[in-house]
Design a protein around this ligand. Structure first.
Ligand SMILES: *Cc1c(COP(=O)(O)O)cnc(C)c1O
Length: 375
């Protein structure tokens, strides 16, 4: 059994750590409550794929369980097996990408629920139910217009005409996934909803699940019987055009290795993409692209709220900061600067890197000291 506090790198303690990632489990719980308040009694699952969006699936699951959450979604079979070991037999764990061909027995033994995305997955799961000698709880995913995962509309119609298609299958949910939920005015949302309405009625009668984080904010007609938020639980803004209604969850701080006073006219970092034009105080911090901080992100760090821009390129293990905004001597080797936190949100950092908050979080490395607070 995995321990809830287990991490992927050895803990050396704060004083020795090169960077510290603090994950606020109380904020995740509060975000869960805020989503539930909008869902008005509709059930709310937790999406824990990619190790809980990089923040620790086991710890996040334990925190969500305290909010009454007993349905979880992962992407991969291997994630489901690990989560089952950590959580014990009670919660339902759905595998979004479905079960790889031939691995159905493993999924049954781990007590995992398949998400069926194709007639082939359905046939293999039906056979697994026969082998197990019992009905297997299953979500059937239809493609309502994202063209990524899910049974195509023409196949849904074919299956609907086959009375044996769902033998041995206990359809616990009919589900689909929105492609443009973070764009409330995009007509694709309503087109997908109407397609889902039509397709779900062709399948065995079951509760329906349609919405991710952003979809919750599209209104009650998108909620159905079970919401599947991920991003919003982790503090990513589900309504990018508006202020973030969620609490921030992750705080990332990196250690100052050394401070320097550069002379005028020197090149800084790999490729000398920056040259000083005047004497310039700098700090080099212990965090780089190997920690998941995008090399192309022209961002900044913060010290006591003061912005310290990056100079030159991000290295594998270090970044050089312009600290001229601070009084001389204020920042010293051993101090911590903020990369994610009150001064720079996950969404801010993503904007600097030309990406989305999801990628910032799931890229976070495992050389950090990881702290969980609350929960
Ligand atoms: C990732 C995912 C979710 C969660 O989406 P968020 O935007 O993170 O809330 C829900 N459903 C499916 C099928 C997914 O792949």
């Amino acid at each position: 059994m995995l321990q809830a506090h287990e991490t992927k790198s050895p803990s050396v303690g704060d004083a020795a750590a090169s960077a510290i990632l603090t994950i606020d489990l109380d904020a995740i719980r509060e975000n869960c409550r805020r989503l539930k308040a909008r869902l008005n009694g509709v059930r709310c699952a937790g999406v824990l794929k990619a190790d809980g969006y990089g923040l620790g699936a086991n710890q996040v699951a334990a925190a969500l369980a305290k909010e009454g959450c007993d349905i979880f979604f992962v992407a991969l079979l291997v994630e489901g097996v690990a989560l089952r070991q950590a959580l014990g037999p009670a919660p339902a764990i759905y595998v979004l990408n479905g079960i790889p061909p031939g691995a159905e027995g493993l999924a049954v033994a781990a007590g995992l629920c398949a998400v069926i995305n194709s007639p082939e997955q359905l046939a293999a799961w039906r056979a697994a139910a026969g082998n197990a000698g019992r009905k297997l709880p299953t979500a059937v995913q239809v493609d309502s217009g994202m063209s990524r995962l899910g049974i195509a509309p023409s196949d849904v119609e074919r299956l609907a005409a086959d009375p044996q298609a769902f033998d041995g299958i206990d359809v616990t949910y009919v589900m689909s996934h929105l492609a443009c939920a973070d764009e409330p005015r995009n007509p694709a949302n309503e087109q997908q909803r109407l397609a889902f309405e039509r397709l779900r009625k062709l399948l065995p009668k079951a509760p329906s699940s349609f919405t991710n984080s952003s979809g919750i904010f599209l209104g009650p007609s998108y909620h159905y019987d079970l919401a599947r938020p991920g991003a919003a639980l982790y503090g990513i803004n589900p309504t990018p055009a508006d202020p973030n209604p969620m609490l921030p969850v992750a705080r990332l701080e990196a250690r100052v290795v050394q401070t320097r006073m550069l002379e005028a006219g020197v090149g800084v970092g790999y490729g000398h993409t920056f040259h000083s034009t005047a004497p310039l105080p700098t700090a080099t911090i212990s965090l780089g692209y190997a920690d998941g901080w995008h090399r192309r992100a022209s961002a900044a760090a913060f010290f006591e709220g003061v912005r310290l821009p990056f100079l030159g390129r991000v290295s594998m293990d270090s970044i050089i900061l312009d600290i001229s905004a601070l009084p001389p001597g204020k920042l010293k080797g051993g101090d911590l600067v903020e990369l994610l936190g009150p001064s720079q949100s996950v969404d801010d950092a993503a904007g600097h890197a030309g990406t989305i908050g999801y990628e910032v979080l799931t890229s976070l490395g495992h050389r950090f000291e990881r702290h969980y607070i609350g929960g």
